[in-house]
Write a protein that binds this ligand. Structure first.
Ligand SMILES: [Zn+2]
Length: 446
């Protein structure tokens, strides 16, 4: 799938080798920034992009009537049907041992465990790295490159996630390669060693542990209360027993029961599921605390610096608590460049079984973390017919969308081309193009 045709790409179907890989990474996917004398917010995408107002159809289709199969986007069929499935799974030790492995830095992508990373690669050193990895455990390290003061100035994030390749293009060659990988384990980046000759850096990493905390009340070990911990087949009876336990423990300790509730993982999971149920057309949400905490982490439309916070947390309870507090803080999604309001947070919905956000790559190899939104404002469309070429959502045509105020690229409008498919239209917006505007805090009613 094309992104902004006007952006162009240094990687468009061409082989890149020999040059410094970092320069190649920096060389594509960026919009040209042109400060204007009248406003700090004036940019241009490039002269060839013309935009028009959205068509006269302001009433979006009801997302609850969704008939689209959410498993289709997860297949990433736009990468082709000649990929081979690789079986098996490797988990690295969580102990103090440091691991050396190839590092594939990513711009605008913070990989979270469980997140799919589709790649279409034209960069020869990256292809060579992938081929080496395929001969071993199929794992490489990914870390986000954080922008500093200028567009060309990046530093590595201190935490990242390992990626395991699970599908690869058959007969890959030195000209291009397509793979699908999935985020596996979080790690702390101890050291990144740059390589000569344009090769990818290598990283020394330490796998971060995943700590499961038991119920804080059980930790108090009041022998007389042990009988309350055994769950029964009757859920209401179990709830009554737990309530009785909370009451008894709080009566004999200085800590009130609501404090225990803050660290009760079962309660946190129920609260989160209740909050997510208010979103339109969300399906297949995991109930395991660890999986749920990562599902939410990759669904929240947050900037890179905030998305890294749950990656540093070693416990699902910590992550769920932080995510619930974050959900109480914001409600509007805005253009990252001019802060024009684009959508309400409640209009985010799931078009993929992977969650509220999916990761896709275009034909030029650029990777986009894309949030699907039911309705949006402040966007303008590229003045060309919608295209189905390499669409990330089979059965939908895409049109490039830009912010109507600053004209920065924001994402795409997807319009159904097959009859009976619902929703008839929706927006896929890039996480990198969005930020959140706090319009007040509120207390979650869950
Ligand atoms: Zn804007």
């Amino acid at each position: 799938m094309d992104d902004e045709r006007s952006e162009g790409s240094a990687w468009s179907g061409s082989e890149v080798d020999g040059d410094d890989w970092m320069e190649q990474v920096r060389g594509f996917g960026e919009l040209e920034e042109v400060p204007d004398s009248d406003s700090d917010y004036e940019y241009r995408i490039l002269p060839t992009l013309t935009v028009e107002a959205p068509p006269e159809n302001p009433e979006p289709s009801d997302p609850h009537e969704q008939t689209f199969d959410p498993n289709l986007p997860m297949q990433h069929a736009y990468l082709g049907n000649d990929l081979t499935i690789l079986h098996g799974r490797t988990l690295l030790d969580e102990d103090e041992v440091a691991h050396w492995m190839p590092l594939l830095p990513q711009i605008d992508v913070v990989l979270v465990p469980g997140q799919t990373l589709p790649l279409s690669v034209f960069h020869l050193p990256t292809i060579q790295m992938i081929n080496r990895v395929l001969e071993g455990n199929r794992i490489f390290a990914t870390v986000c490159m954080l922008r500093q003061n200028t567009l060309s100035d990046y530093t590595y994030a201190d935490v990242g996630t390992t990626a395991e390749i699970y599908e690869v293009q058959e007969g890959g060659n030195n000209h291009s390669m397509r793979i699908k990988a999935i985020g596996r384990q979080r790690f702390k980046l101890l050291e990144a060693k740059e390589q000569s000759g344009g090769r990818l850096p290598t990283a020394r990493i330490k796998i971060l542990p995943e700590i499961s905390l038991s119920n804080p009340m059980a930790e108090m070990s009041f022998t007389g209360l042990n009988r309350y911990w055994s769950k029964t087949s009757n859920e209401s009876e179990t709830v009554k027993k737990i309530r009785k336990l909370r009451s008894n423990v709080s009566a004999i300790s200085a800590i009130p029961s609501w404090v225990y509730d803050q660290y009760d993982v079962d309660r946190l999971v129920k609260r989160m599921l209740c909050v997510l149920s208010s979103h339109k057309a969300v399906s297949q949400i995991p109930t395991d605390p660890v999986e749920l905490s990562f599902w939410v982490a990759r669904s929240l439309p947050l900037p890179d610096s905030k998305r890294l916070i749950p990656l540093r947390m070693n416990c699902a309870i910590q992550r769920l608590r932080w995510e619930l507090s974050t959900l109480e803080e914001f409600s509007h999604l805005c253009c990252r460049h001019c802060y024009q309001t684009i959508a309400n947070h409640g209009d985010v919905f799931s078009m993929s079984a992977e969650g509220l956000q999916g990761t896709y790559c275009n034909l030029y190899g650029y990777v986009y973390e894309t949030i699907t939104i039911y309705k949006a404002t402040g966007l303008q469309l590229q003045n060309v017919p919608p295209s189905t070429n390499a669409s990330w959502f089979p059965g939908y045509a895409w049109t490039v969308a830009a912010c109507s105020r600053c004209r920065k690229h924001m994402g795409w409008k997807f319009t159904a081309v097959e009859p009976e498919v619902k929703p008839r239209e929706f927006w896929g917006l890039c996480r990198r193009s969005l930020t959140t505007k706090k319009v007040g805090s509120f207390k979650l009613q869950c």
